[in-house]
Design a protein around this ligand. Sequence first.
Ligand SMILES: NC(=O)c1ccc[n+]([C@@H]2O[C@H](COP(=O)([O-])OP(=O)(O)OC[C@H]3O[C@@H](n4cnc5c(N)ncnc54)[C@H](O)[C@@H]3O)[C@@H](O)[C@H]2O)c1
Ligand SMILES: O=C(O)C[C@H](O)C(=O)O
Length: 340
Amino acid sequence: MVKAVVLGAAGGIGQPLSLLLKANPLITELGLFDIVNTPGVAADLSHISTPAKVVGYLPPDDGLKKVLTNADVVVIPAGVPRKPGELIVMVTRRDDLFKINAGIVRDLATGIATAAPKAFILVISNPVNSTVPIVAEVLKKHGVFDPKRLFGVTTLDVVRASTFVAEILGDLSLSKSVAVPVVGGHSGVTIVPLLSQSSHPLPANLTTDQYEALVKRIQFGGDEVVKAKDGAGSATLSMAYAGAEFAAKLIRAIGGEKGVSAPTFVNLSADPSGGEALKKELGQDLDYFSTVVELGPEGVAKINTLGSLTDAETALVKAAIPELATNIQTGVSFIASPKL
Ligand SMILES: NC(=O)c1ccc[n+]([C@@H]2O[C@H](COP(=O)([O-])OP(=O)(O)OC[C@H]3O[C@@H](n4cnc5c(N)ncnc54)[C@H](O)[C@@H]3O)[C@@H](O)[C@H]2O)c1
Ligand SMILES: O=C(O)C[C@H](O)C(=O)O
């Protein structure tokens, strides 16, 4: 029996993500929460002939508490998306996206801390590099933080890397099997594809310019969609696919399946020895990093180090660290001083 909950379920990501979760036969109950429209979305999905019982909740009458009660997995795509020209790459400034989403995520995390403190939490809301620390700080304040159960969803970067590499190999049918570890964080230069570790090697005759263009496309894939949508938001359908893929992996792992792993943005104390080894490798005392994580019944089972990198990849990791450190601190400080 698995109860999955989507917070922000009526949105551009929320609806297709809820559809894909409804299609997952391992999910027996699906709770949908948003500030609007969830009764309609739930009624619609409830007619699909798969096991999950679907119920939609709104904020009145303790809707958040009700949806979270007995939740095993909580996925959070609530918040505002980017429009052209805005960057999810934030430095110390609090742009509108951060200010709005930080408050939304803080309030939802408060609900989780009280109604579902043992749930596995999958954060999609941007900027992930900051919203994940926000959730952690809220859970810490309530004395219920378990770093093994908190994940920043960076799967869209992994999905993009697989697709773009398959395109370069000239065979999109490979994209499901191409596996590229994408590490670091989820914004601009903090997104670091380790293409030398791709399951399917890049063509030997790929030029440096082509390699650099591929790295850039993976790092700034979100911009491609924001531009194409021309004011109508950012990636929703590919994100729903990616979020459902990550949730499905986690549900399989917590159900006892062995050998399940994925890159994800985690607090490095989730596996102290793996986390320390990774920090040593990075030469930096970061509290969070996205890396390949082995998943198990408790959530994070093992944090993997990056392994052997090319000089170009080492430079990308080095370039990611300062921005990542700032983003993490921005999230932590938001809870320490919420009025800023
Ligand atoms: N992690 C990633 O790779 C990734 C990819 C794409 C988008 N995103 C982010 O996901 C978020 C959602 O994007 P979207 O395109 O679905 O936006 P959207 O505006 O279409 O949907 C957001 C939904 O959140 C709801 N919401 C707002 N406040 C809420 C609250 N307090 N409680 C519950 N629900 C609330 C809204 O009503 C809306 O239905 C954005 O922050 C976006 O940047 C992340
Ligand atoms: O780019 C965005 O703002 C949305 C998302 O993070 C993405 O990678 O597509």
